[in-house]
Design a protein around this ligand. Structure first.
Ligand SMILES: [Zn+2]
Length: 594
């Protein structure tokens, strides 16, 4: 929070007590309700896509059912300028950074956060990916300073985000931890203090208040409570991610205590949709996002969501039975959600009936914004020498699309690369790769610049493996390895929500049964053709996300004799170089039976 919003928050507190309530109204204001307009412009899951995203990541179904090219910072800026009026507050629902292209990732996403500032963003919820490099790094992104290992970027010392990051359900595990997340409230608001002492120690500001046309709007940040299972555990070991609804309700009470009744939730959790729908349709299939949108306190007027990378505009019922907007704007900067609403200047609350939302596709048929064009070019030049280096060639496209067994050619290739990189130092016998970490295909031809020759540049390899995860090796028994593979399937004690098939290295084969009950799906595990016994020790290579129990693969946490090796991107680049040219590996390492 900026010092300016501290001041204004104090004023909001005064409004609550009635002391200056009249001062906010014109002297001759009648008793009749009067409203002022507010426009929200919202983005979610930008993921550092300063350059227009390519392939399916850069296409979007528009309001007319046409698939169009969408996204790119220069176009986002043009669309934002066209949509913004003097009543506008720009907001975001998380995953602005993390899992980003090299142009952003090479500089710890400072370029993306700077871009968001240039767009005029005021408040953003943290997403799970804001924690990719850990809580300390997120604090640096928020507050400024140079990276502790890599130093300052070519742009000089990082000045910090120009907007407020909020996350009401992110608490310190240690109840005695010192926090500055609520410095704005503590001193003058004993009731807020009391509320928090019953609740926990916030690791981030839970709310941010922005004033528009003389009325305060409270923004509550929330991030998926599943964050610990999808983010590398080391960087968030001091944090807990608690139930989104409970946290929203505490944050809503805080806002109410300081007189802020126009309340908007920015939540990094959302729902899936039925494919091919208009971005303005309510095609969301009720899930984790809908639970939050329907269950949070009736004082909350609007729920803007993210995380599932889908576009939808829904009206749901709040617990009091009133309509409440629940929306999301796709991902990668392809959609801007516009929300127009009126705030009653007497009650300071949002008139629910006035809420109108529209998802705008960020088309590329508009003129690129010249300032942002220059800005992106500067970073493109800076990263070019790294990005354009050839690291290998491929003989045909290597896709990350799964075949029925759950393997993909690119997933298999990465597993092979990871085994090769960990055999010597870590004595790895097999490798397993999470499918969600294979972020893009290696296309052929890769780009107009190297058409037809199958060249893979460092930039392209990085797009596939953007997390900078460490390769690790642990020992599991054969029985534990079988448990790990059972954890790929829905159900079981971890209550896996989705089936996620780990990509195996070529020398590891097994069979799974689609119909067998959870716990006895996997059979016939073999390493180099030799059956794996229950008591046998197996050295397994995987990235540190999986080894930490990521994607709910909790069996990895039973691993012993941990060895840490190279970065996953380095293992991949190495493998491409040593096996040049690389052909798409066959699938068939996993056999599926009914
Ligand atoms: Zn997310």
């Amino acid at each position: 929070m900026t010092s300016r919003s501290f001041l204004r928050l104090a004023l909001a507190g005064a409004v609550a007590s009635g002391a200056v309530a009249l001062a906010t109204l014109p002297a001759n204001a009648s008793k009749a309700p009067r409203t002022v307009p507010v426009r929200l412009l919202a983005l979610n899951d930008f993921h550092g896509n300063l350059e227009p995203p390519s392939g399916s990541s850069g296409r979007m179904v528009d309001e007319h059912g046409h698939t169009v090219e969408a996204g790119g910072a220069v176009y986002i800026a043009t669309h934002m300028k066209a949509l913004a009026d003097q009543n506008t507050i720009a907001v975001a629902q998380g995953d602005l950074i993390g899992a980003t292209p090299l142009i952003s990732a090479a500089y710890h996403d400072e370029p993306s956060v700077e871009f968001m500032g240039k767009l005029g963003l005021k408040v953003a919820a943290v997403g799970n990916h804001e924690f990719d490099e850990g809580y300390d790094e997120l604090q640096r992104i928020m507050k400024g300073g140079c990276h502790p290992v890599d130093g300052c970027s070519p742009a000089g010392e990082w000045k910090g985000a120009q907007f407020d990051y909020v996350g009401a359900n992110v608490l310190f595990k240690n109840p005695n931890e010192k926090t500055d997340a609520l410095a704005a409230f503590g001193a003058q608001q004993p009731q807020v203090k009391q509320l928090l002492s019953d609740w926990g120690v916030p690791a981030l500001p839970p709310v941010s208040v922005k004033w528009m046309n003389g009325v305060p709007i409270g923004f509550i940040g929330l991030v998926t409570q599943t964050t610990p299972s999808i983010v590398t555990s080391e960087g968030i070991k001091d944090l807990k991610f608690v139930d989104e609804v409970k946290a929203a309700n505490v944050a809503s009470k805080i806002l109410k205590l300081v007189g802020v009744k126009a309340q908007v939730v920015l939540v990094h959790e959302g729902d899936q949709v039925t494919a091919g729908q208009s971005p303005d349709a309510c095609s969301a299939v009720p899930g984790a996002g809908n639970r939050i949108a329907t269950q949070v306190d009736p004082e909350i007027d609007v729920v803007l969501s993210g995380h599932s990378h889908q576009a939808y505009l829904c009206k749901v019922k709040d617990p009091a039975g009133n309509d409440r907007l629940y929306s999301q704007g796709g991902s990668f900067g392809r959609v801007i959600t516009q929300v127009d609403l009126n705030v009653n200047t007497r009650t300071l609350d949002i008139d629910r009936a006035s809420v109108v939302a529209d998802n705008h596709v960020v088309t590329r048929t508009v003129d690129p914004d010249p300032d942002i064009d220059d800005f992106v070019d500067v970073w493109k030049d800076r990263v070019a020498s790294v990005a354009n280096k050839t690291v290998g060639t491929i003989t045909a496209e290597i896709t990350n699309t799964a075949v029925p067994s759950g393997e993909s050619p690119l997933g298999n290739l990465i597993a092979d690369a990871q085994l090769a990189a960990t055999k010597t130092g870590g004595n790895a016998q097999i490798a397993l790769m999470n499918p969600g970490g294979v972020r893009a295909p290696l296309t052929y031809p890769n780009s107009p610049a190297n058409e037809g020759d199958g060249v893979v540049t460092y930039g392209e390899a990085f797009t596939v493996q953007p997390f900078n995860n460490l390769m690790q090796v642990v020992t599991l028994t054969g029985a534990q390895l079988k448990t790990l593979l059972e954890q790929q399937f829905t159900g079981g004690p971890n209550n896996q929500a989705f089936t996620k098939i780990l990509q195996p290295s070529a020398n590891f084969t097994y069979t799974y049964s689609k119909s067998a009950p959870w716990g006895s799906k996997v059979s016939d595990m073999k390493i180099d053709g030799v059956p794996v016994t229950d008591t046998q020790a197996v050295r397994i290579a995987a990235n540190n996300f999986l080894v930490g129990g990521g994607d709910a693969f909790l069996a990895f946490r039973d691993g012993t004799d941990l060895w840490s090796g190279p970065l996953d991107i380095d293992a991949f680049v190495d493998h491409l170089g040593k096996n040049n040219p690389v052909a798409p590996p066959a699938t068939g390492r996993i056999t599926v039976v009914d």
